[in-house]
Design a protein around this ligand. Structure first.
Ligand SMILES: [Zn+2]
Ligand SMILES: [Zn+2]
Length: 219
């Protein structure tokens, strides 16, 4: 039997309350027998990356000084699925994450909240979420007392969704009210996922549970 462990990795610029919100999202997976911990990626962070799958790639991305992490940085940087490093990384970064979405006639850059790969790791970006308190584009003014609370709840929800992908859920769920549904925009994510506080539907909970069981027994 092996432990399935997820480690939250973040640069010092991530605020303690943001770290706390991500940890609340990770705690959802304790029910499936997953262990969790967290570490800051400061100057001397070698030790915290010991045994972390794709640790170097995650560190470079979350600490990046470039304005944006791209989808291809993320997918190109991961190649350790078969390595013996067992701790799965969850990066939390203030950087913007972009994905090029190819349309029939034109392509556009889309800002991503999270990127993930099964059994390899995930990154959640705080870029849009931090903007909640300063934007008015999300159906009505957001300069109220619960902006901060909403932003933290958004971090928690994004973490649950991305870790759901890391731990077995391929693609998205069709069940209304499930945290593994697809979202069509950031506003949709906030209104349909974060405000009501979605969780896994029974089917997705089963999928995650079985994936964790298989990882625990080494299959
Ligand atoms: Zn997804
Ligand atoms: Zn579901």
């Amino acid at each position: 039997m092996k432990d399935v462990r997820i480690r939250l990795l973040h640069p010092p610029s991530v605020k303690p309350e943001e770290v706390g919100a991500a940890i609340r999202g990770m705690e959802r997976f304790r029910a499936f027998g997953v262990q969790i911990d967290n570490a800051e990626l400061g100057e001397n962070c070698r030790a915290v990356l010991n045994g972390v799958r794709n640790g170097g790639a995650i560190k470079n991305m979350v600490n990046a000084t470039a304005p944006a992490i791209t989808f291809s940085d993320f997918h190109g940087g991961f190649w350790e699925a078969l390595a013996s490093n067992d701790i799965l990384p969850l990066g939390l970064t203030p950087s913007c994450m972009n994905e090029i979405v190819y349309g029939e006639y034109s392509s556009r850059l889309e800002i991503r909240l999270g990127l993930s790969r099964e059994k390899e790791g995930a990154i959640v970006s705080l870029f849009r979420i931090r903007g909640i308190a300063s934007t008015q584009t999300l159906s009505g003014p957001y300069r109220t007392a619960d902006d901060a609370g909403l932003a933290l709840k958004a971090i928690e929800t994004a973490v649950v969704h991305e870790l759901g992908h890391v731990l077995g859920k391929t693609g998205h769920c069709e069940s209304e009210g499930c945290v593994m549904q697809a979202n069509s925009s950031f506003e949709d994510f906030i209104n349909r996922f974060v405000r009501p506080g979605l969780d896994f539907c029974r089917e997705c909970a089963r999928t995650v549970n079985m994936a964790v069981c298989r990882m625990t027994t080494g299959y």
